[in-house]
Design a protein around this ligand. Sequence first.
Ligand SMILES: *Cc1c(COP(=O)(O)O)cnc(C)c1O
Length: 228
Amino acid sequence: MSIADNLKKIKERVAEAAVRSSRNPEDVKIVAVSKTHPIVYIKEVYDSGVRTFGENRVQEAAAKIPLLPKDIEWHLVGHLQTNKTMTAVESFNVIQSIDSIKLAAKLERDCSELDKIIDVMIQLDLAAEETKFGIPQEEFYSLCDYISESSAHLNLTGLMCLPPYFTDTEKVRPYFVALKKYFDEFNNKYSRKIKELSMGMSNDYTVAIEEGATIVRIGTAIFGDRNN
Ligand SMILES: *Cc1c(COP(=O)(O)O)cnc(C)c1O
């Protein structure tokens, strides 16, 4: 299967999942997660019509982004260390992985220095796994308060989660339901509304769409396996 074939298949499955849950397929955005993949393959995906890409490491992305077309919207989907925020702000259009007040404060400072407003999303840790990042659920609303009250340069657009991997995708569904619940609660509680729910990857994006995902982050199903 070529990259173009992979994308065609994914778009069909996205549309089917959207229709199954009475949603408009156009309300689901595919972020092609290009981490570890070389420029030639990213260009191939670009040439198949994708304009939104995701990377999980700041350094790797900062090296690749200048070599690719300027109309790509870049999303940071991996953990961001506070010593790399300036490069992240200069490289990415959206930072999906805000997971602490400390990180939000550092980003706010860097953005204010650059006089730039950046779209951000909060990554929630719904599984409390040692190996995964995200803000613990009990600290979620303090972070929301902080961003709404003290971060004029951070435009909060939505929530993201990275649940544990299950071969049986029905086991992931409760995590997607839980993130949607936080999303609805947020929109009830704050006057400023969020609209994005970033959930679902190659293995489980159709389930995520059924539960309300507006952004799916897909790597392997587009590019094939990563060699690392
Ligand atoms: C790698 C990665 C993805 C894509 O994973 P695939 O299983 O290859 O689709 C999505 N989100 C995050 C945060 C990732 O790090």
